[in-house]
Design a protein around this ligand. Structure first.
Ligand SMILES: *[C@@H]1O[C@H](CO)[C@@H](O)[C@H](O)[C@H]1NC(C)=O
Ligand SMILES: *[C@@H]1O[C@H](CO)[C@@H](O)[C@H](O)[C@H]1NC(C)=O
Ligand SMILES: *[C@@H]1O[C@H](CO)[C@@H](O)[C@H](O)[C@H]1NC(C)=O
Ligand SMILES: *[C@@H]1O[C@H](CO)[C@@H](O)[C@H](O)[C@H]1NC(C)=O
Length: 528
């Protein structure tokens, strides 16, 4: 009897160890290139381990997405990257610096205009690429015959959302941005009194002027979305989708939104039942460093190491700025590890090591790392939070200003303007972050909160992806509000109804009173 029970229990044990797999599904993936791919790849690896069959559609000229992967089947189509200009980001940085010289109230609008025109051009290319796919019956037939169970996509490129809708697949978004802006503003109610619009460089504590600015930013984005970005898709939607379809409603039909946000970082705000938060899901424990780097880290003694990296896409800072940074580093007692490509600055100190590439996560997780000098890309910020390393931010464009601001508000970062950076100002910020314990303590507190979860963000992501596959969608989590016209959404029709009733009642009583009064006074006159 005992034996049987034991066998049964061991059986149960092994069953529970076996990764749960819902019949091993076919998953179609349309990722985004660049740093977004890092976020997608890590989920795909996990899905592959759980036995799913993964097919990725990407550009043949993709910068990051390999076409010979061992864990997915690759289909190459023309996409954005084919026409993208590698120098684009450098030009963008220069334009943003130009914007930031103008009046503070205006420079965020100037930056927003840059992003708007970039999104306009990008979406024009994307709409063309999507039309090419939908107009190719052989390709579409091939996709239909494969019988995919799910579309997993980063809706920063709407190709995935459009293709998923067209193929009528259940859809999961791995998202922070959709093609028009921050995902929350599309999916969840966003009271502008305390939810800052992305790009506005505002926090959740806004005075009157700041709330005005926030509203203007919201309207600015809305105008860009309606007049610059989404019109590129109207022809495509007319030809391939039921009449009356628009891009926004196709995007809103996604079953689950895995939003790459954690409220340790993002300001708390309203959300929706089909939104799942997976911010920081790419973070992991640090592995030991290569021997050379480890020696360098140890050689820093008690002072520790400052780590600087400005991300993958940019090498646009001027020589003078680089020299100023190098000179400031040379005056620190710490050692400095600088991920650097290009010509070596002449003012480089002997405490600074330049490296072309290094394992960022492992360096941030190293006990000797004291501060992170970063441009404020989201992935880097979450890694810094995970490992509790305070940040000196040198934001260059896009959401980087907002990201650094979020850590600054929590007392875990300092921001330095790249455009007006001098040796002294940079050194002052560095020393402040290195020598004031509150920066490090605040960041450690964020790290602790970030990791205190019932289930890891990665397991959460995989659970919800498999949930959508198992249940063939999650329509029951969709809020009804999206299908309402705007005047019903805000109950304006009801408000108008009440105003009319009230006005009628007032009019009726006034008339009645006047009649009565006139009647009486007439009678009075008669009596006289
Ligand atoms: C996996 O997906 C590919 C399409 O990319 C398909 O050809 C293949 O049949 C699928 N394998 C299984 C086991 O379903
Ligand atoms: C994969 O990409 C390389 C270049 O990156 C190219 O030479 C090769 O032909 C591609 N292979 C396939 C199967 O598309
Ligand atoms: C894919 O191709 C690249 C070169 O094009 C090569 O370095 C890499 O090892 C290949 N990967 C696999 C998994 O075959
Ligand atoms: C590094 O430079 C400082 C002054 O710039 C000097 O005092 C020190 O000896 C140098 N250290 C080494 C190891 O060269």
């Amino acid at each position: 009897m005992l034996k049987i029970a034991l066998v049964f229990l061991t059986g149960l044990f092994f069953l529970s160890l076996r990764p749960y797999c819902c019949g091993c599904s076919n998953i179609l993936v349309v990722p985004m290139d660049g740093s977004h791919w890092i976020n997608m790849e890590i989920i795909l690896r996990e899905l592959h381990i759980r036995g799913h069959n993964i097919t990725v559609i990407h550009s043949a000229k993709s910068w990051y997405i390999p076409n010979n992967s061992t864990f997915y089947t690759s289909i190459t189509r023309r996409m954005m990257e084919d026409e993208a200009d590698k120098n684009f980001y450098n030009k963008m940085v220069l334009k943003v610096m130009e914007c930031r010289k103008s009046w503070t109230f205006m420079h965020t609008f100037c930056q927003n205009d840059l992003i708007g025109s970039m999104l306009g051009q990008g979406n024009k290319i994307l709409a063309g690429a999507t039309a090419e796919i939908l107009d190719d019956p052989v390709f579409i037939k091939k996709l239909q015959d494969t019988k995919f169970d799910l579309m997993l996509t980063d809706p920063g490129l709407p190709i995935g959302a459009l293709l998923g809708s067209y193929l009528k697949l259940p859809m999961v978004f791995n998202v922070r941005w959709i093609n028009t802006g921050e995902a929350h503003f599309t999916i969840a109610p966003s009271p502008l009194s305390y939810v800052p619009v992305s790009g506005s460089e505002l926090s959740d504590q806004m005075d009157f002027l700041e709330r005005t600015k926030n509203l203007l930013h919201y309207l600015h984005n809305l105008a860009q979305q309606h007049f610059i970005i989404n019109p590129h898709y109207s022809d495509l939607l007319q030809r391939h989708f039921p009449p009356g379809s628009d891009l926004m409603s196709l995007q809103l039909a996604a079953d689950i939104w895995l939003i790459r946000t954690d409220f340790v970082f993002e300001f708390p705000r309203p959300t929706m039942p089909n939104v799942v938060y997976i911010g920081g899901f790419q973070c992991k424990e640090a592995h030991p460093l290569p021997a050379e780097l480890e020696d360098f880290m140890q050689s820093s003694g008690d002072h520790g190491v400052v780590f600087m990296s400005l991300g993958t896409l940019v090498s646009a800072l001027s020589c003078e700025t680089m020299e100023a940074i190098a000179a400031a580093f040379a005056r620190l007692p710490q050692k400095v590890l600088w991920k650097f490509v290009g010509e070596k600055p002449s003012s480089l100190g002997n405490n600074t090591l330049l490296v072309k590439w290094l394992p960022q996560n492992d360096v941030l997780g190293h006990p000797k790392t004291r501060a992170f000098v970063a441009h404020g890309g989201t992935n880097g910020m979450y890694e810094a939070i995970y490992h509790g390393v305070p940040v000196v931010g040198l934001p260059l464009f896009f959401d980087q200003f907002d990201n650094i601001l979020r850590l600054k508000v929590r007392g875990a970062a300092r921001m330095v303007e790249a455009g007006s950076l001098t040796e002294e100002s940079f050194l002052e910020a560095l020393k402040d972050v290195l020598e004031t314990p509150s920066y490090s303590n605040n960041m450690k507190r964020l790290s602790q909160l970030h990791q205190d979860l019932p289930m890891s963000p990665m397991d959460t992501a995989v659970f919800w992806i498999e949930y959508v596959i198992r249940n063939k969608g999650a329509a029951h989590l969709q809020a009804a509000g999206f299908s309402l016209p705007w005047y019903s959404y805000f109950c304006l029709d009801v408000a108008v109804f009440f105003i009319i009733i009230t006005a009628a009642a007032i009019w009726a009583s006034v008339t009645a009173y006047r009649n009565l009064f006139c009647h009486k006074s007439r009678r009075k006159r008669k009596a006289e």
